[in-house]
Write a protein that binds this ligand. Sequence first.
Ligand code: NAP
Length: 241
Amino acid sequence: MEDLSGKVALVTGASRGIGRAIALALGHAGCRVALNYRARKLDAEAAACLMDEADTMLVRADVSSRGQVERMVREVAATLGAVEILVNNAGIAKVQQIEEITLEDWDEQIAVNLTSCFLTTQAVLPEMRRRRWGRILNISSVAAQAGSIVGPHYAAAKAGMLGLTRGYAKLLAKEGITVNAIAPALVRTDMVTANALARPEMIPVGRFGEAGEVADVAVMLAGNGYITGQTINVNGGWYMS
Ligand code: NAP
């Protein structure tokens, strides 16, 4: 595995759940980590407390806002250096029946779960391309592959992330930049415990996943230059590719 010491990582939605675990794991691997959050500052601070203060920063931004994303990337560059590892993890899952989903709900799911990945990627790419090194990880979902217990709007946004992953991966492969997706299922976080439809018996291995099990894969992908354009399934066997 490549040495990640000193690499600058930006993890969106790092205040809780999977993003928090990925931020901690990248910090443990020697990265300098910017933890993005939207609203839960205290949770983000609690996560940052577990990391090396000199190599960690918090950055508030709504990743669905172009202006806030551009400011976030500028702030990270000014404090830690240009982003070399981008983890697009921030997401929302509004559990809805088909007939309840309005155009506003659709737009929100697409904006926060998919457009955000485009905005952050476009913002970090110029420096990655100049340096000819970069790692982009998109946290998609089994919903992209097997339908969703959240709703079709969420499944569509998460499937869009897989297309975005392959689209960028193909175009950037010769420039030292890899782009991959991770597709988790039913990882024990607020998102899953808040969803009454999520039950461990749905998973072939018979339990919810742990955020650390997704983080292990994220660190592996950050340290590997020969895996690109792939979707790594961390789903307890729910969807078998
Ligand atoms: P979570 O516990 O609900 O945490 C969501 C994180 O995203 C929080 O840090 C939240 O920030 C942040 N966030 C939400 N909207 C944001 C926005 N507009 N701008 C910036 N940050 C925002 O979720 P999770 O379960 O860890 O999920 C993380 C990712 O994995 C999501 O993309 C989710 O779709 C995906 N995923 C999760 C599972 C699962 O089983 N848990 C399965 C498949 C895919 P605040 O704390 O500040 O609100």
